[in-house]
Structure formats: C-alpha cells, structure tokens
Write a protein that binds this ligand. Structure first.
Ligand code: 5GP
Length: 203
C-alpha cells in the first residue's frame, strides 16, 4: 500500500440541513478529500448535472447493479432508489484519499456494518423551523414531497445520537471547518497509521 488508507466519512442529515453547501466548502479545503457520487433513480433537478451530483439511472439498471454486488449500500427513499457504488470508494481510499458519502441514515447503518472503520457525522439544522424554511426556499419539491421529507427528517434527527459526531449548520463556513477538522483528527488515529509506522521501522 503506497499510503495510509483514506478515511470513509458518512455524512448524514435531514433534507434541507444544508449538506450540499457545506460539502462544497469542505472539498475546496483539500484535494485529498473527495465526494462519492451516488447513483439514483430520482429525476434530476434543474440545476443538477449527471455525473456531478448523481449518476441518474433507470430502476432496471439500478437493480442490476444491486444484483451484481456493485453497491456498498443502497436504500429506497421517497419512492426512489439511492446507492453508493463500491469500486470508486475502494480505489480512492487505497490512494490515501478521504471519501465523503452524503447518504441518509439507513444507508449509514449499512456502511457501519460493512466498514466499521468509517467515521459517521450528522449535520443538524439550527432549528426545525429553519429546516422548513430552507426546503421552501429551495422550492424543488411539491408540497406533498416536502411534507414527506419533513416527516422523514424528524425520524432522521432522532437517529443523530448513534453517530460519532454531530455538527450544527448555523453557519456553513464554520460547519465545513468543523467537519474538516474531524476528518484531520480521525486521520491521526493510531489504527489508521500502520503504513507510516511500517515505513519508519523498515528505514
Ligand atoms: P436528495 O433527493 O435530496 O438528493 O437526497 C435525498 C436523501 O438521500 C438525502 O438525505 C441524501 O443524503 C440521501 N442519499 C443520497 N445519495 C444516497 C446514497 O447513495 N445512499 C443513501 N443511503 N442515501 C443517499
């Protein structure tokens, strides 16, 4: 192995917690942090781009990927499938790159089982009112879909205590800084530095 392995970071939080804005800021901080691009059967939103936000695929293709064991985890959320392809994560972490998986709570639990070394971070909105306002301003959902997302949000927030870290997104710059620091500290865990130690011993 040429490096200590990169860290797998599971980042969850209710829809409207502001994960996307925070993520953009984290990715700007280091070239050694990357975002896992999920596959989904959801339709792209107006400002979304295939291959950058998601790989938008058919249900048929998604089910084939599941059958071929290509997914690290997957869920059905609000009537659509979302999943994390395993291969890119494996390649990136082997090259010492930290990979952030922006996924919901059930998927996070699946990752915990398969990759116990992953770090789990939950992003909270400063208040539930703020969450509603953000979803309304985003305006990408119908009223019905928004209500469904708000219902799921309450359930998700109650799962936050199962995570390793909780960050509050009151200010996106501060929130990005908090998450960046968590990742840096996690990289210093002794169990992640076997390669560094071996190089020193073998010198
Ligand atoms: P959205 O439709 O707003 O893009 O995403 C809905 C929810 O699905 C968000 O909480 C998002 O983090 C989550 N999500 C996105 N990709 C994945 C994935 O690959 N797996 C899982 N489990 N959840 C995902």
């Amino acid at each position: 192995m040429p490096n200590d392995k990169g860290v797998i970071v599971v980042l969850s939080g209710p829809s409207g917690a502001g994960k996307d804005t925070v993520l953009k800021k984290i990715l700007k901080k280091s070239e050694k942090i990357s975002l896992s691009i999920s596959v989904t059967t959801r339709k792209p939103r107006e400002d979304e781009c295939n291959g950058r936000n998601y790989h938008f695929i058919s249900r048929n293709l998604f089910e084939k990927m599941v059958q071929n064991n290509e997914m690290l985890e997957y869920v059905e959320y609000c009537g659509n499938y979302y999943g994390t392809p395993y291969k890119p994560i494996d390649e990136l972490t082997r090259n010492g790159v930290d990979v952030i998986l922006k996924i919901e709570v059930k998927g996070g639990r699946q990752v915990k089982k398969l990759c116990p070394e992953a770090v789990h971070i939950f992003v909270l909105p400063p208040s539930f009112k703020e969450l509603e306002t953000r979803l309304q301003i985003r305006g990408t959902e119908t009223n019905e879909a928004m209500n469904e997302r708000l219902k799921i949000a309450k359930k998700e927030i109650s799962a936050a205590l199962q995570y390793d870290y909780i960050v509050i997104n009151k200010d996106s710059n501060q929130c990005a800084e908090d998450i960046f620091e968590i990742i840096q500290v996690e990289k210093l865990r002794a169990k992640r530095m076997e390669h560094t130690i071996k190089v020193l011993i073998d010198a």
